[in-house]
Structures are given as structure tokens and as C-alpha cells.
Design a protein around this ligand. Sequence first.
Ligand SMILES: CC(C)(COP(=O)(O)OP(=O)(O)OC[C@H]1O[C@@H](n2cnc3c(N)ncnc32)[C@H](O)[C@@H]1OP(=O)(O)O)[C@@H](O)C(=O)NCCC(=O)NCCS
Length: 265
Amino acid sequence: MLNKLRKWHDNLLASNAAVHYERGPSGPILEEWRQRTFAGFLRHLMRLEREERIALISAMKAWYRKQIFLSQCTEVGEGLKVGPDPIRVFRSVTGKLIVGKDVILYTPCEFVVTTHIFPESTIEVGDRTRIGANSSLRAAKCVKIGKGCLIAPWVRIFDYNGHPLHPGGGRIGAPTPPDEVAPVIVGDNVWIGENAFIQRGVTIGNDSVVAANSVVARDVPEGTVVMGIPARVALRLADLDRKTELKPNLVQVTNSAGADAQRLF
Ligand SMILES: CC(C)(COP(=O)(O)OP(=O)(O)OC[C@H]1O[C@@H](n2cnc3c(N)ncnc32)[C@H](O)[C@@H]1OP(=O)(O)O)[C@@H](O)C(=O)NCCC(=O)NCCS
């Protein structure tokens, strides 16, 4: 019995030694390696935990910001998504804020529907439109954005100036006169570049593009690219289509291996 026990003990030691050997270095090096791996593992866990916590907080913030925004809308379609930062909404009781389906609002952004000049003032955002962070829409009468529009960050669309042009008895606290308010209508599938400013009374035709930093003071025809201050038509998108149609032919003429080149397009 004693012999059997001794043999079992020897075998156990031998097997432990083998495991030790297979696992790599032993002694102080092994200890250091273990500590480093363990510390790394802990750091990884902590990072995961921190990321999860941040994701959870962002999701909760996005949820309650959305609820606050929804409470300010007069009509809203399904599928609205908003970022976790605040959306500043100023809407007087008789004003309307209408938001279509599948709209995405990157926050923070701002909607002002003031009714002190026209009581039925309205902001309307069409289905699938996306509004970039730090953009601002302000209506004293009507700002209407079409369907599938891309409004980049820092865009401002105002249908009134906020103060009277005439110095009168001072501009501070004086309302914009009604004749200095004019609706802004943005068509469908319009792309407004970063930091553009769309002034009162402007209508932007369907499919058009407003270049970044432009100031749009006059109507934009359908299917055009406008740029500059004041924004002017730089390109008709129909011409762009014609250029792309010509592209394969150009390649065929200029490239000696025409057939191969055509296959690329
Ligand atoms: C409108 C836009 C798409 C045109 O881009 P593009 O076709 O690459 O334009 P190019 O760089 O080839 O420039 C063409 C001409 O327009 C001029 N131009 C381009 N952008 C301009 C602008 N914002 N303002 C004034 N002129 C501009 C160029 O100087 C150039 O003039 P030239 O022919 O006399 O040299 C681009 O200028 C733009 O504004 N993009 C918006 C980007 C954005 O805001 N993204 C946010 C993500 S939603």
C-alpha cells in the first residue's frame, strides 16, 4: 500500500514537471510572465467594461433626448433616430414641427418655430432626410425640407432675419417685420454642404447641391450645383451625366487594349 502511494506521488510530481515544462519558462521569469499577462487581461477587462458603460450611457441619453424631442413634435413618422446630445427645440404652442419617417438627426441641432409674427409657423422635415450636427432650422412662417435630403453639419436655414433691417427705434427686442419673412422650400434629394447658409425666401429645386460655405440668397434651379457667396450655378447635373456616359468611349479610343478597358467599366 505504502509503495503504491509512493509510486502515485512520484507519478504526480513527474506529470506536474511535464506540464510545467510544456507551459514554458519557470521560476521568476514564469512569475513575471504570469503577472504581465494577468495585468494585461485585467486592463482589457476594464477597457471592455468602460466601453460598455459608455455605450449604455449613450443609448440611455439618446433615448431620453428622443423622448424630449418627440414631445415637441406635432407629427412624427416611424424610425426617427437622434444622437445622444441635446436637440434644442423652441416651439410656441400654435407652431408646428412635422418630422417624416426614418429621419436621422445628428445632435446637437436646433429647431426654432416662432409664432410671434405668423401664428401658424411650421418646420417640416421630409422622410429619410438626415440633418447634421450643429445645424439650425428657424421658421417664422415656413421652412420645408423635402424627402431624402442630406443637410451637412453647421448648416443654417432661416426664413427670417430675427431683427428688423430698418434701425427704427433700435433693433434689440424688435420683431422682424412680416414683409421680411419669406418661406424656404428645399426640394427632394437635395444635398446642402457643410456650413452653408440658406436665406429667407429661397427655393432649392430637387436633386440640387449647395457647396460647402455657400450663402444662398436666390432660388436654386432643379438639378444644379451652386457655390460661393452669393451662391451661383456652377454646374448642371445633367451635363455631369453626359460626361459619365462618354467615359467608356473615351477609354476605348485612348487605350490600345480597348476591349479590355471596356470590360473595366
Ligand atoms: C459641391 C462639391 C461637392 C463640389 O465638389 P467637386 O466636384 O469635387 O468640386 P471641385 O473641387 O472639382 O471644384 C470645382 C470648382 O468649384 C470650386 N469650388 C468647389 N467647392 C467650392 C465651394 N464650396 N465654394 C466655392 N467654390 C467651390 C473649385 O474651386 C473649382 O473651381 P475651378 O474649376 O475654377 O478651379 C463640394 O465643393 C462640396 O461643397 N462638398 C460638400 C462637402 C460637405 O459638406 N460634406 C459634408 C458631409 S454631408
